[in-house]
Design a protein around this ligand. Structure first.
Ligand SMILES: N[C@@H](Cc1ccccc1)C(=O)O
Length: 535
C-alpha cells in the first residue's frame, strides 16, 4: 500500500505538474477522493518518505472539520429522537393511539423523553385520548440529514451557525485536519526504486553508479550507540575493595612481579624448603630462565641461617639448606611474596641502611622489587622503624586441579599492618571493620596453621543465601623468624591477611561456576550488562 501511494503521488505529479490538494487524490482501492482524516495521515507517510529522498516537496494546510459524536452517529443511522418517536406513532385514524408507557418501551425511555417534546413542537405528533398519533404523514428529519452531511464531508453547507448549534447539542465535535500541496522535488522521478546507500564494486564496474539515485546523508539521525568498553565484574569488585583499603588509610604495594624466586615466595616467609606447597604438584616452576638473580647477600645469609640452625629464640628447621631451592624461579603462589619484599624494604632503616641503599640492593637483586620507598609508611622512630599499612590485589598461580570453583590462577587481596606492639586483638578488630565495610558482619575465626604466621586464623563468614559459614580468608601474626632477619626490632609486630577476589565476586553476582567469570568462556555480553555492586 505504502509503495502504491508513493507511486500514485509521483504519477499524478508527472501528469499534472503539481498536486494542489491531496484530498482530491483517489487512493488505490478506493472510489471516492481521500477526503477523510485517516486517508490524509496515510498520504502524509508517503509524502515524508518521498521528500526525504528529495523527490517531492510539500506544504501542509490546516483544516478544521467535524466528526460525529456517538449520539450523532446514532442519529445518522436511526434518525433523530423526534423522528423515532414520530415513527413509533400510528397515523391519525389508523390503529389505536400509543400510550406514553408503550412509547417508552418501543423507543427507549431517553428517546421517548427528548423526542416527544421536539415532535410536539414540530407539530409532527398530537394527543388523542391517552395516546399519541402522527399529525403528518411525512416528515423531513433535518437533524439526521445534517448528521449524514457532516459524516461524509466533515462540515455543513448551511455554515458555521448550524455547526455551532450541533456542537452545543453535543452531536458533533471539531477535529483539526491536514491536507497537503505537493510539488516535484530536485530528485523527482516516477520510479520509487529505493535510493542507494552504499557505493559498491558492482556499481562502479557496471557504471550503474552514474544513473543511480542516492540517499542523502541524514545529519539529524540519532546514530548507532557506540560499543564502549566495560569493566569486568572482577575489576568492579577490585575497585570496591581497593576503595575500602584507601578509606582505611592503606597504601597500595607494587605487585607487578608475577615471577618470583623460591627465596621471596617461601624462604623469606620461613616456609620450610621441604614444605609440600613448594612441590611441583602445587607450584608452577619456570624452566627458562630457571634460576633467579641472587637475593640481597646479608639478608639471604640470615634467612638461610634461621631455617637451618634457628635464632631469634627459634630452633629453626634443622634441615640442610638448599641454595638451589631458594634460587628457583616460579609463578608466585601468593601475594605475600610481594608483602615480604615490601616489609624487607620497610626495615631498611632499622638495618641502618638508607632507603636508597636498600633500593639499590633491590635493583641489583631483582628488578621487580625496585620501588625505592614504601608507599604510605609513617614517621620513623629512633630506631628508624616506620609503621605502615599496605595492601595489594593481584594475580597468583597454583597448580590446582581445575573445577567449577578452582582455576590455576586467581586474584588475592592482601593486607599487611606493621606497628609496635600489635596484638591478635588488633588483627581481629581490624578484620571486623574491614569486612563490615564489605557488608559482611557475621565473622568467626578458627585457629589455623601457616608456616609464616603464629597464631594463624582462618576467617569464616555467614552466608545468608547459602545459610552456612563459608571460609573467606586466612590471616595471622607474622613470625619473628620472618621479621627479625629483615631487621625489625623485636617489639614491631606485623599482622596480615588474605582473601581471594573471585569468591566475594561470585557471591555478589550469584555466579556458581568460576569459568563464567574468568577465562575464554566469559560472555562479553554479560560483562557489558553486569551492574556495579556495592558492598
Ligand atoms: N598468604 C596467605 C594469606 C595470608 C596473608 C598474610 C598473612 C596470613 C595469611 C594465603 O595465601 O592464603
Amino acid at each position: 500500500m505504502a509503495e502504491a501511494i508513493q507511486q500514485l503521488i509521483l504519477d499524478t505529479l508527472d501528469k499534472q505538474g503539481s498536486i494542489q490538494d491531496t484530498r482530491t487524490l483517489i487512493l488505490p482501492g478506493y472510489k471516492e477522493p481521500a477526503a477523510t482524516h485517516d486517508s490524509q495521515i496515510i498520504i502524509l507517510g508517503a509524502l515524508n518518505s518521498l521528500s526525504s529522498r528529495d523527490m517531492i516537496t510539500y506544504t501542509t494546510q490546516e483544516t478544521v472539520s467535524h466528526v460525529l459524536t456517538q449520539e450523532g452517529a446514532q442519529i445518522a443511522l436511526q434518525g433523530s429522537h423526534e423522528a423515532r418517536v414520530w415513527n413509533a406513532c400510528p397515523s391519525q385514524g389508523e390503529g389505536s393511539p400509543v400510550p406514553i408507557k408503550e412509547l417508552q418501551s418501543k423507543v427507549g425511555a431517553e428517546t421517548a423523553k427528548i423526542g416527544q417534546g421536539q415532535a410536539f413542537k414540530n407539530k409532527w405528533i398530537g394527543k388523542e385520548g391517552d395516546g399519541l398519533v402522527k399529525l403528518l404523514s411525512e416528515i423531513v428529519d433535518s437533524t439526521q440529514l445534517q448528521m449524514r452531511e457532516v459524516d461524509s464531508t466533515g462540515t455543513l453547507k448551511a455554515g458555521e451557525k448550524a455547526l455551532a448549534d450541533l456542537r452545543k447539542r453535543k452531536l458533533i465535535v471539531q477535529r483539526k485536519g491536514q491536507w497537503f500541496t505537493v510539488h516535484k522535488g530536485q530528485q523527482f522521478s516516477t520510479s520509487t526504486a529505493k535510493p542507494e546507500t552504499d557505493l559498491t564494486v558492482d556499481m562502479l564496474t557496471s557504471g550503474s553508479w552514474q544513473t543511480s539515485t542516492y540517499k542523502k546523508y541524514n545529519f539529524e539521525a540519532a546514530g548507532i550507540p557506540p560499543i564502549g568498553g566495560a569493566l569486568h565484574p572482577l575489576l568492579k569488585v577490585r575497585e570496591e575493595i581497593r576503595n575500602i583499603f584507601l578509606e582505611m588509610g592503606f597504601a597500595e604495594m607494587p605487585t607487578s612481579s608475577f615471577v618470583e624466586s623460591g627465596f621471596w615466595c617461601f624462604d623469606a616467609l620461613f616456609v620450610p624448603q621441604q614444605h609440600p606447597a613448594r612441590e611441583v604438584q602445587d607450584t608452577f616452576y619456570l624452566s627458562d630462565p630457571a634460576v633467579s638473580l641472587p637475593p640481597p647477600k646479608e639478608y639471604y645469609e640470615r634467612v638461610s641461617k634461621v631455617h637451618e640452625h634457628g635464632g631469634y629464640g627459634s630452633t629453626g628447621y634443622r634441615a640442610p639448606w638448599s641454595h638451589d631451592e631458594s634460587r628457583k624461579l616460579l609463578l608466585r603462589t601468593h601475594t605475600t611474596a610481594s608483602s615480604a619484599a615490601m616489609l624487607w624494604k620497610l626495615a631498611a632503616a632499622c638495618r641502618g641502611e638508607g632507603a636508597d641503599a636498600s633500593a639499590e640492593a633491590a635493583v641489583q637483586a631483582e628488578g621487580a622489587h625496585a620501588s625505592p620507598t614504601v608507599p604510605g609508611a609513617g614517621k620513623a622512630g629512633e630506631d628508624g622503624f616506620r609503621p605502615a599499612k599496605l595492601f595489594s590485589i593481584d594475580r597468583v598461580f597454583r597448580n590446582e586441579t581445575m573445577d567449577a570453583t578452582h582455576l590455576a590462577e586467581f586474584h588475592q587481596v592482601e593486607g599487611v599492618v606493621a606497628d609496635r606492639g600489635l596484638t591478635l586483638a588488633d588483627l581481629i578488630g581490624f578484620m571486623r571493620v574491614f569486612f563490615k565495610k564489605m557488608g559482611i558482619e557475621n565473622l568467626r575465626f578458627k585457629p589455623a596453621y601457616n608456616p609464616y604466621t603464629e597464631p594463624s586464623l582462618e576467617i569464616f563468614a555467614f552466608h545468608p543465601q547459602l545459610k552456612k559459614w563459608v571460609e573467606v580468608g586466612n590471616s595471622g601474626m607474622f613470625r619473628p623468624e620472618m621479621l627479625e632477619p629483615m631487621g625489625f626490632p623485636k617489639d614491631v609486630h606485623v599482622h596480615g591477611w588474605g582473601i581471594s577476589l573471585e569468591r566475594p565476586t561470585m557471591i555478589r553476582y550469584g555466579i556458581n561456576n568460576i569459568r563464567t567469570l574468568v577465562g575464554h568462556k566469559v560472555s562479553l555480553d554479560s560483562v557489558e550488562r553486569s551492574p556495579a555492586v556495592r558492598f
